[in-house]
Each structure stands twice: as structure tokens, then as C-alpha cells.
Design a protein around this ligand. Structure first.
Ligand code: ZN
Length: 386
């Protein structure tokens, strides 16, 4: 099984499905293989027609069953120093190197390698495969997938999201909210700052306010929080503005994110920033230039995975993996979206998040083998209802 999985993974790595680009070729490949095992395959394209989700079902057309889910997109390799071609899977020292090996084509390859076996084992409850687009840019594909499951009244009972957890069973993570804030000021000569509206300076004040809030959030963590760190975090990921020394930059853009441990924290930050813009920054900008604006675009607001008292997926995965407890993780996944559809959800997949998004991303072969063992055990369970 591991050799099959490696071959499939090597094929998947060769599709350069960076979030900005099309994933259609990879989706067609996945669809082909799943249809070949007898799965019913549904492909949903986005409005551009360049990206698609795949939802495939083995077994009966009924409620219940399990979803095996992964995202098809990967983060860019720009400005990263790779030892070998990131889109050619390379095996060295018991590791498979390549962009997306651990995050998270390894899991997808393992489920695909198991699909023919699942097709034999599946009985009264279906096994679904959900492969999405644009997870890395805000779980956009999973949002569309959720809408379509609601519309088609498909109600799976359980979901495993195969993000890299080193096969630990994860029952909770923070939400992930991403924003782009754009400033429109007024261009001018550097020698006359008062005659322009310097978008870079207003952007810096905005960032400074975000950092103040970040400090305050540290004191707002719920006492029972098991998250690491226990509080809501904020990160400023990019700041763009200006061109040369002596021109007042008329535009600026900040890409930032927060990872709320509770919804109230997200509301607190959004309210505070809206008030700061409306009460302080905009009036100052508009004194010089009435058309000045600050606009925040929501790139994605992804729900957290909230740990719950009863979680059948947790129970099953604890049994199959043999680990004796669950964990939480600080990174976001699509799990909260599946949870919002009423499923019991865990995040559990091969590889370590420490290797994700970095140069020389790799998946250790023993991780892949562990994942296959768990999926094989899951296959035996398919004969029983859940
Ligand atoms: Zn991922």
C-alpha cells in the first residue's frame, strides 16, 4: 500500500496547485481515480471556472458515514531556498520532499490508495472524499462545499480532516480570520507633507493599534483555554506602500490575520478597529482629502473547531491510532466548517505542521505508514454502522 501511496503522492506533488493557480488538473486526476473505484463523483467549480472542489461517495446514498477531507492547494515557493525541485517529489533519508507532501497531499494520497479497498468494504454507510480548493487563502472552497452539501441534503455523521498532526488526534483549534485593509490617501511632494495624505503613515498607525489590541488580548484568554498560546493572536503578514523617498504614497495595504479562541475576541478587535478608523484616522485623512478611504476586505473568516463533550470521531480515532489523549492546535483548518454542518470532527493526518509552508517541506515515510495503518483499520470498521 505504501508504494501505491508514494506513486500517487508523486503524481499529486507534480500538480503545482499553488492557491493562486488552477487546481483543475489535480481534481480531474482525483476524480478519475475515485470514479475508477466506483465512487459517485461531483465536481463543483468556483465562479472563475479555474478551481474546483471534488466530493465523491463510495457506498449507499444515505445520511451518516464518514468524510475524509483534504485541501488540494499549497502555499507558494516564492523566495524559498529549496534543495530540490519543490514540484518533483524526492525521497531522501526516509523522507518525501516536495511542496504539499505534509500539507496535505500525503493524506489525500493515502485516502486515494485506500479507496479501492474501501469500495470493497463499504456497507450500509457511505465513505465520502472531500477535496477542496483555496484552503490556504481562507477555506473558500470548503465554504462552497458546505453550501452544496446543505443544498443536496447530504448529511455525513463524521469527518476526519487530514492536516499534518503527526497522527495525533486534534479536537479543537482556533478560528482564523484574514483581512486586507486598504488606505487611499493623496499623493504629494515629499517636501510638503501637509498637502498630501500619507497612506503609509496611516497604515503604520493602524498596525500600531492592532499591536496594542494584541497585547490586551493576552489578558482576555478564558481560564479554561487549552490553546497554545491560550489567547487570541494577531499577525501583520504584509505591508505594502510607496515607491520612492520623496513622494507621499497615496496608497497602502496591510494583510493581517487573527486567530480567535472565542468569537467575542474577534468582535472586540473588529469593533475596536472600526471605531479607531471612524473616530480617529478617517477624520484626520479627510481634513486634507475628503475622498480618503480605509476599506477592510474580509479574505476569510473561518470558524474554529470547538472541543465538545461528545465526539464520535474522536472516540473512533483514539481507538484506531492508539493514542491516549487528544490535543488542540494553534493553526486553522476546514474542520470548523464541517462541524458547523453538524458532524463530529477531528483533525488527524500524517506529517508535522513544523514542515508545512517551509522550504524543503517533507513528509516522513513512517508518518505515511502510520496513516495507512489507521485508514486500514478504519476500513474494517466500515462494516459497522456509524
Ligand atoms: Zn493545510
Amino acid at each position: 500500500m505504501i508504494e501505491d501511496t508514494k506513486r500517487i503522492l508523486s503524481d499529486l506533488i507534480a500538480f503545482p496547485t499553488v492557491s493562486a493557480d488552477s487546481n483543475l488538473e489535480m481534481i480531474a486526476y482525483l476524480a478519475d481515480r475515485l470514479a475508477g473505484c466506483g465512487a459517485k463523483v461531483d465536481i463543483q467549480t468556483d465562479e472563475t471556472g479555474r478551481k474546483a472542489n471534488l466530493f465523491a461517495t463510495l457506498g449507499p446514498d444515505c445520511d451518516g458515514g464518514i468524510v475524509l477531507s483534504g485541501h488540494s492547494d499549497v502555499v507558494p515557493v516564492t523566495d524559498q531556498d529549496w534543495t530540490s525541485d519543490p514540484f518533483v517529489m524526492t525521497e531522501r533519508d526516509g523522507r518525501l520532499y516536495g511542496r504539499g507532501t505534509c500539507d496535505m497531499k500525503g493524506f489525500i494520497a493515502a485516502t486515494l490508495a485506500m479507496a479501492p479497498t474501501f469500495a470493497q468494504q463499504v456497507q450500509d454507510k457511505p465513505v465520502h472524499f472531500a477535496f477542496t480548493y483555496d484552503e490556504e487563502t481562507g477555506c473558500i472552497g470548503a465554504g462552497q462545499l458546505a453550501q452544496s452539501l446543505i443544498a443536496r441534503e447530504i448529511k455525513p455523521r463524521l469527518a476526519i480532516i487530514g492536516e499534518p498532526t503527526e497522527m495525533r488526534v486534534i479536537e479543537g483549534h482556533k478560528g482564523c480570520c484574514e483581512y486586507t485593509t486598504r488606505f487611499q490617501g493623496l499623493e504629494g511632494h515629499g517636501s510638503a507633507p501637509d498637502l498630501g495624505v500619507n497612506a503609509a503613515e496611516y497604515a503604520v498607525r493602524y498596525v500600531s493599534r492592532l499591536l496594542d489590541l494584541r497585547d490586551r488580548l493576552q489578558g482576555m484568554a478564558p481560564e479554561t483555554s487549552r490553546f497554545e498560546p491560550p489567547w487570541t493572536t494577531i499577525n501583520v503578514g504584509a505591508l505594502h506602500s510607496g515607491s520612492v523617498h520623496n513622494v507621499i504614497p497615496p496608497k497602502a495595504q496591510i494583510d493581517w490575520e487573527m486567530r480567535p479562541v472565542q468569537t467575542s475576541d474577534a468582535d472586540f478587535v473588529k469593533d475596536a478597529m472600526t471605531r479607531y478608523c471612524n473616530d480617529v484616522l478617517l477624520p484626520a485623512m479627510r481634513r486634507v482629502h475628503p475622498d480618503a478611504t480605509i476599506e477592510t476586505e474580509v479574505i476569510g473568516e473561518v470558524a474554529g473547531l470547538v472541543p465538545t463533550e461528545v465526539n464520535e470521531a474522536r472516540q473512533i480515532l483514539l481507538e484506531l491510532t492508539g493514542v491516549n489523549g487528544t490535543d488542540l492546535v494553534p493553526f486553522g483548518t476546514e474542520a470548523g466548517i464541517f462541524q458547523s454542518l453538524g458532524m463530529d470532527v477531528v483533525v488527524c493526518g500524517p506529517g508535522s505542521i513544523n514542515q508545512a509552508h517551509k522550504a524543503d517541506e517533507y513528509l516522513a515515510l513512517d508518518q505515511l505508514a502510520q496513516c495507512l495503518t489507521v485508514l486500514e483499520k478504519l476500513g474494517h470498521k466500515l462494516k459497522r454502522s456509524h
